[in-house]
Design a protein around this ligand. Sequence first.
Ligand code: PMP
Length: 426
Amino acid sequence: MTRSETLFEQAKHSIPGGVNSPVRAFRGVGGTPRFIARAQGAYMWDADGNRLIDYVGSWGPMVAGHAHPEVVAAVQAAAVHGLSYGAPTELEITMAEKICELMPSIEMVRMTSSGTEATMSAIRLARGFTGRNYLVKFEGGYHGHGDSLLVKAGSGALTFGQPSSPGVPAELAQFTLTLDYNNSAQVREVFTARGHEIACIIVEPVSGNMNCIPPVPGFLETLRDVCDASGCVLIFDEVMTGFRVALGGAQQVYNIKPDLTTLGKIIGGGMPVGAFGGRRDIMEHLSPLGAVYQAGTLSGNPIAMTAGLKMLEIISRDDFYAELTSKTTYLLEGLQQAADAAGVAFMTQQVGGMFGLFFTAEARIDTYAQVTACNVGQFNRFFHGMLDRGVYLAPSAYEAGFVSNAHSQADLDETIAIAKDVFASL
Ligand code: PMP
């Protein structure tokens, strides 16, 4: 037995499924998750001492690489001054001002401790602001595990949502309408019928929780249009895309201004952080200024703010995103050539430092239905082939991958060389 196998068996006795977040358990790809002992730059080392080139990056936050020396030094220096106060600090103002500067659609922002809290809070705020109950989200989108968001589509676009998890009351799920991502006509149809009842649309502007699917031209524009026409709040969930696809997020890449934005992952530099912010007139409805309640004992935590601010400083440096994007493109071109050489039906999609791998003969993937038609069995074999040879990809055919600027040319070349062998073995 490997040490990871031993630890996984032990973990299952005291932690449900052996993990603190389900996708870590390797359910989709099968096998035993690697228990991680430490990480540095582009690498993680598992409990058996294997070095892994990491393309998960803690699911996005480690855009500058693991244990970045400047972030670690800042956190160490801050820690001696206390770990939490539950009272305001100057650091939180610096963080708020920095976020507003980097994302001009955000005029005011509140910090949370996770992406889930950010999306839950943004939805409550949109409902409180509009006085409406319904929300629109898209199939294949993930916005954390808030009750209103663990809802699947009914049998048609105009039917009520149904809970996708026991524990979510049907009475609450009925207020969530789940539509097809990248289907503008359907959005218009639903808004014509019920626009006046809908509080908000929440969308990943680049879908990253069903592999990596960019918006088709006109889709985000349609969302902006219908929200303007109906007085509904447009929420961009940029927990994944924020500071990942570009310094100003997907809203900068596609030049669409949401009313509210949710953030997470990179803004914490690896510490547990989320945030939501946007239009001043909406944000002023939050307690203690307004009546919509939202709070957090550890929100704006000084260590988390210190790590996040250092991360924002690093990614604001010249050429950070040009380098990140070109590294990602280089990797994907290499993987494509390796797959072509082996005759494997395969394609990739990319936005900035975020990518998707698809085992399909299609030229592009725009919809949830197309993603679910990809060859999952082949992905799973590819995943394990890569892992066995020291490359750590997201353990699911439906997750995006992430490159960091700590990945060197040699790391990318090594990954491509390994992929050549693995594709050939499929
Ligand atoms: N929104 C998006 C787009 C996400 O990808 C995630 C997490 N992967 C969340 C929200 C939830 O964030 P957290 O896991 O920090 O609660």
